[in-house]
Design a protein around this ligand. Structure first.
Ligand code: 9WN
Length: 439
């Protein structure tokens, strides 16, 4: 490892230490002081590169918030008093009998990266016998989570799981949601009064608009009134989407859970089967042949969402596209719409630069995010698209190296945006560096 990489590694570890809250790591002390579901899965992968037991503890702490029905809620409020909106008081998870009795959580979910994270802890483990025990202990929990997703979020057994809130996608104000949210919450009487905290911590121009929050709260309030019972949530939600990123991660998580099952001598079915079914459904329903990218499907308005975001390339991560699709995707990636090889830009912006409303500094509407980059980087490597993979890798390391471990970055100049000292940025830099060490 070069000296520069060594320095970066040390700084990344410092970020994760700074955000440590006992048994878990928060995404950012000021902006996000609780435990988030997919953040913790990414964080654990980074921790696994230098501290196996802390990585295991990170996920163990997350699974403490798992509900009886198997769902992993998107936020766990281990210390409910820490300031964040919407906090434990808003969600009132105790209104559901499925929620844990001694811990407050939210009631919605986030992308399922957990089996992938657990398998990566095992692969990086210095103490393999301890890691094997960890796999055995977590297996029933992961199994319950996957059964929840399969039975409740794919009730028609299509191979695709739905999301019913932009927060469930992990990309809150993505331009993907402009159309499905357009006709929601017109009537302000139906939105409970609330006060945001995020835009007092971060420059509001880099965060979602108040009108976005109105819709987030309107939807979350419907779900609370349903006591988080999925059957009613689905029936009442005006926002129901088959999302490319969520389903790509679902596919890979099933492949990884099948692998975990094989390692500990359990049955890899049904996970292997579900992964195949999802890969087929993503190709069959979500591929956009005209543009060389995968697109989401809006189940309420029964139409595709013709919006091209970087996460439309994440099926590469799960080995979903065939050769012709891969070539078409590479052509689109390697163009001025995203970031062409050798051009003066950072690969990849979260949204097509030529798309309507592209905003290079506004949260999920343009800036570069390290987790999406990391998924695409891994996907490109998996598919042998190494030249462009190195181009993305360069951004993953250069952006935090030059501008600090920010939450997101401006794609042309690289300026750091959102929260500073952001945990998954640090964790995925560590994973990217470690990947090289393993070679
Ligand atoms: C709402 C914690 C989370 C991430 C999401 C990101 C942002 C929350 C917020 O922060 O969402 O869940 O308050 O804006 O969009 O991906 O998990 O880092």
């Amino acid at each position: 490892m070069s000296t520069a990489d060594d320095v970066l590694k040390k700084q990344a570890i410092e970020v994760l230490d700074r955000n440590r809250m006992g048994n878990y790591t928060c995404p950012s002390k000021k902006l996000y002081p609780h435990q988030w579901s997919w953040d913790s899965a990414f964080i654990a992968m980074g921790l696994a590169t230098f501290n196996q037991s802390r990585a295991q503890q990170e996920l163990w702490s997350l699974f403490k918030g798992q509900w009886n029905d198997g769902r992993i809620p998107h936020i766990i409020f281990h210390y409910p008093d820490r300031e964040y909106f919407p906090g434990a008081e808003f969600w009132q998870s105790s209104c559901s009998e499925e929620a844990p009795a001694h811990l407050f959580t939210s009631g919605i979910i986030q992308p399922p990266v957990h089996a992938t994270s657990v398998l990566s802890i095992y692969k990086y483990a210095r103490d393999t016998s301890l890691a094997r025990t960890f796999l055995s202990v977590l297996f029933p929990r992961l199994k319950a989570w996957h059964h929840y997703l399969h039975s409740k979020r794919d009730p028609n057994d299509e191979g695709l799981v739905y999301i019913c809130h932009p927060w469930e996608s992990g990309r809150d104000n993505s331009p993907l949601w402009d159309f499905p949210l357009e006709n929601i919450a017109g009537n302000t009487d139906e939105i409970p009064s609330y006060e945001r905290v995020d835009n007092t911590v971060i420059n509001p121009s880099e965060r979602p608009e108040d009108t976005d929050y109105d819709r987030y709260i309107y939807l979350a309030n419907i779900f609370k009134n349903c006591r988080y019972e999925d059957y009613f949530m689905l029936a009442q939600s005006p926002f129901v989407v088959h999302d490319v990123l969520f389903n790509s991660l679902w596919c890979q998580a099933n492949r990884d859970l099948a692998e975990i099952a094989r390692i500990i001598g359990e049955d890899p079915e049904p996970f292997q089967g579900w992964a195949g079914q999802t890969a087929q459904a993503v190709n069959g329903k979500l591929w956009d042949p005209g543009h060389g990218i995968y697109i989401d499907y809006d189940l309420v308005n029964r139409q595709h969402l013709d919006v091209h975001v970087a996460s439309g390339f994440t099926p590469l991560f799960a080995g979903i596209p065939d050769e012709p699709k891969k070539e078409a995707m590479l052509d689109y990636l390697n163009s001025t719409c995203f970031c062409r090889l050798g051009d003066d830009c950072y690969a990849l912006p979260s949204y097509d630069k030529c798309g309507p409303g592209y905003a290079p500094r506004k949260y999920w509407r343009g800036p570069v995010w390290i987790n999406i980059n990391w998924l695409i980087y891994k996907g490109l490597v998996r598919n042998g698209l190494n030249k462009y993979a190195r181009w993305v890798r360069r951004s993953i390391l250069q952006l935090p190296g030059k501008f600090g471990f920010h939450e997101y970055f401006e794609p042309e100049l690289g300026k750091g945006l959102g929260a500073s000292n952001f945990s998954w940025t640090a964790a995925l830099v560590l994973d990217t560096l470690y990947d090289e060490e393993l070679k």
